[in-house]
Design a protein around this ligand. Structure first.
Ligand code: TNX
Length: 512
């Protein structure tokens, strides 16, 4: 008897202790990245429990609402439902009709309810990412419920992005990354409100997308990788799976076929594309600039038309990327008409062209965008022609650059890029003559000559991509390195919950 009383008392004390350990979360303990435009703390907390509903009053919000309920249910084990009639108890309301930009939103968290409003489902989706960062990090784990409550601190947030294109690029040509890896990358990007994923689908070392009218591209050209590994490719079915997965997260895939250089894999597959008609050996090294499509053969343009046509069939987004970089063995007098003709092919399928900054040597079509990676003078030539620029400076935004001289993976031809260097710049003031109005947005590319696994990929990408995401989303006047750094330190817990193999920079340890 005495023993059982003691047991009861201990259990009560234990529960009391647990409750005391679960104080209301404070807004100041949360890390919002990218930082929203206006954040105003409000009293109280909202508690998500098994009775919480997601309330929508329009069918356009059904998909986005289902996405959230699934997300929350996965980690909490709740069975939160989407309802179209105003519920009795507390709920999360999603609503349209707000007069804000396409991706803008307002998030209001009060003790008796949460609302996310916007102008489009996309805006609501971005707002949900903010709400997600206000929830305990355990929300990131499937079955993450470890006791305690899913409390969200009271807050009113108004937010909208600085740039409409906030992206990353994955080089799946040097080393191939399969569908599941790309999906994980898309998931991670979406947490930081990124909206474009550029896939570098063909290079000297590999052709990674099935083209039904030119089947040897993948059969031969897809069969290897840097270092001589087995390579791989996406069937069109696989690729659509990626496109649709991205679409559900309001991320647009931009396919790139690099040309006229970086084409050894294509030339090895179809020797008629080569000026001498001979197939070169498959290439597994890391040199650049030695290959070119034959720019004065008719078949080259038939080939490009066929490839672009099939790609367009897989591309709901507006852009096709034509590469155009480092074509060192294509004489400029051949390069220029080539780029002009390829732009016309892409435009004939109602898609817009993006190309690396060298394409500005050619006459750019009005809808073209030059991706600034190396030469500011190329980017300025593009601006002078009235084209837009996508900002990806190798010295700041290249995710394959080493953090410092001790980094084992990656390259350092452009720079060593520590977290502060990746964060402390602004697209609109980076180069004189390239102003806010000239800029489509910001993209951080990951080249994979030295990277072949997801673990390695995550190490190079995180947390630098997060800083780039903030540069692209948050107004420059609101950005501050020390403030960002302290948010990133708080955010480490969430990356751990996501099992991201991030680079634990010494800069993240200086504080406290
Ligand atoms: C330059 S960036 C390249 C790529 C390499 C990269 C390595 C660009 C347009 N071309 O072919 O992979 O450097 O950092």
């Amino acid at each position: 008897m005495i023993k059982s009383e003691f047991l009861k008392l201990s259990i009560l004390l234990l529960i009391g202790g647990l409750l005391a350990c679960d104080p209301d979360p404070k807004l100041s303990d949360k890390a919002l990245i990218p930082l929203p435009e206006k954040v105003q703390a409000q009293d109280g907390v909202f508690t998500i429990d098994e009775n919480t509903k997601i309330y929508i009053d329009r069918s356009e919000l059904e998909d986005v609402a289902q996405f959230f309920s699934k997300f929350i249910n996965h980690s909490t084990g709740f069975n939160i439902q989407v309802v179209t009639e105003k519920p009795e108890g507390d709920y999360i309301a999603l609503g349209l009709g707000l007069d804000v930009p396409k991706e803008g939103y307002e998030l209001d968290v009060r003790p008796d309810g949460i609302s996310i409003k916007g102008a489009t489902p996309e805006g609501i989706f971005r707002g949900f990412q903010t709400l997600r960062q206000l929830m305990p990090s355990a929300i990131e784990k499937v079955g993450g419920f470890e006791g305690g409550a899913w409390k969200v601190p009271g807050v009113k947030i108004e937010d909208a992005p600085e740039y409409g294109y906030r992206g990353s690029m994955l080089d799946v040509a040097r080393h191939f990354f399969g569908v599941e890896d790309v999906k994980r990358y898309i998931d991670l990007m979406s947490l930081y409100k990124m909206n474009y994923l550029h896939l570098h689908l063909a290079d000297d070392q590999g052709w990674r997308i099935e083209i039904k009218s030119w089947p040897m591209l993948t059969e031969i050209g897809g069969s290897t990788a840097v270092g001589g590994g087995e390579g791989g490719f996406y069937t069109q079915e696989d690729y659509m799976e990626i496109v649709e997965y991205a679409q559900e997260r309001f991320i647009t895939i931009v396919p790139e076929i690099d040309m006229p250089g970086h084409t050894n894999a294509a030339l090895a597959s179809y020797p008629e594309l080569n000026c001498n008609g001979e197939a070169p050996e498959l290439y597994t090294g890391t040199e650049v600039g030695f290959s070119t499509l034959c720019t004065d053969k008719e078949i080259t343009y038939q080939f490009i038309d066929d490839v672009v046509k099939e790609l367009v069939g897989l591309t709901p987004g507006p852009y096709i990327h034509i590469g155009g970089d480092e074509s060192h063995v294509t004489p400029l007098e051949d390069y220029i008409p080539f780029i002009e003709q390829v732009q016309d092919i892409v435009n004939s399928y109602d898609k817009k062209v993006i190309g690396w900054d060298e394409i500005a040597h050619a006459a750019l079509r009005p809808s073209a965008t030059a991706q600034y990676w190396a030469k500011a003078e190329n980017a300025k030539m593009a601006v002078d022609q009235g084209a837009k620029v996508l900002i990806s400076p190798a010295t700041r935004a290249y995710l394959d650059m080493q953090y410092d001289s001790t980094t084992q993976l990656g390259l350092h031809w452009a720079a060593y890029i520590e977290l502060d260097s990746a964060y402390l710049w602004d697209p609109a003031t980076l180069e004189e003559g390239i102003d806010k109005g000239d800029i489509l947005g910001v993209e951080a590319p990951l080249w994979t000559e030295t990277i072949s696994t997801m673990e390695e990929l995550e190490y190079m990408v995180f947390p630098r991509l997060i800083g780039i995401a903030e540069i692209a989303w948050t107004k420059p006047a609101l950005r501050d390195w020390d403030d960002y750094k302290s948010r990133l330190i708080k955010h480490e817990e969430r990356m751990k919950a996501l099992e991201v193999n991030y680079y634990s920079s010494p800069l993240l340890k200086q504080e406290e």
